[in-house]
Design a protein around this ligand. Structure first.
Ligand SMILES: CC(C)(COP(=O)(O)OP(=O)(O)OC[C@H]1O[C@@H](n2cnc3c(N)ncnc32)[C@H](O)[C@@H]1OP(=O)(O)O)[C@@H](O)C(=O)NCCC(=O)NCCS
Length: 191
């Protein structure tokens, strides 16, 4: 899939040292988005505790950055020890960046990562009435079949291939370069 992102936006995996950026992004979600993301109303302290725990669970988070600020994220978390056959995915985009294709690119990257880790069943942490997420998931029906009754999706083409590994490697190399540029831009900015 060709990455069509809003101007100035870039997607890359988060590093373990970037838990604070993920926490701040989740705290910035407005009330409705927060409700959809967590399946109910949750307090700020819940989000802080969630991020602390989640980063210890071998989660892989792809982030959507605009000017170095994390504005969207897709989390892939194994269900079980090590990198298991089943995983859970959850997406969050801050409201001004919703409906601009960011969720589509993030889900595409997440599916690629899941596939390369041998994940066969992907659960979406999604409420049954979340039409937007369901519409988004339907765009990937060739790769993933969703059953929103049980909120589980089967990866239709499980298992890595040399091409899928190469795609992830190329995305990561690009993401690494973007992270370095972000850091350099911050260092060069006048205080
Ligand atoms: C659900 C969410 C992840 C979707 O991300 P997004 O970046 O807004 O989605 P995209 O712009 O990639 O759109 C994906 C599809 O959703 C549908 N969609 C997008 N905006 C929509 C809107 N305003 N109304 C209805 N459907 C819409 C379309 O089918 C779209 O596909 P198309 O652009 O090819 O027509 C995002 O809106 C979000 O973070 N919502 C709050 C948290 C949440 O619900 N998380 C899901 C829990 S896992």
């Amino acid at each position: 899939m060709h990455d069509l992102l809003p101007a100035g936006g870039a997607i890359r995996k988060l590093w373990i040292t970037e838990a604070g950026k993920y926490r701040d992004h989740l705290l910035r979600l407005d009330r409705d988005s927060r409700h959809s993301r967590f399946g109910g109303a949750v307090a700020d302290d819940f989000i802080r505790g969630y991020v602390d725990t989640m980063f210890g669970l071998k989660a892989i988070v792809h982030g959507f950055f605009v000017d170095g600020v994390l504005r969207g994220a897709a989390e892939l978390r194994p269900l079980g020890p090590g990198f298991a056959r089943e995983a859970e995915a959850a997406l969050s985009i801050e409201t001004p960046w919703q409906s601009h294709g960011v969720g589509s690119v993030l889900l595409d990257r997440t599916l690629l990562t899941a596939r390369n880790r041998g994940v066969r069943k992907l659960h979406m942490a999604c409420l049954a009435n979340n039409r937007r997420m369901q519409d988004l998931a339907r765009k990937f029906s060739a790769d993933l079949s969703f059953d929103f009754g049980s909120v589980a999706g089967e990866l239709a083409a499980p298992g890595p291939t040399p091409l899928s590994m190469l795609r992830e490697f190329l995305s990561d190399s690009h993401g690494f370069a973007t992270a370095i540029l972000d850091t350099q831009a911050k260092l060069l900015k006048p205080a």
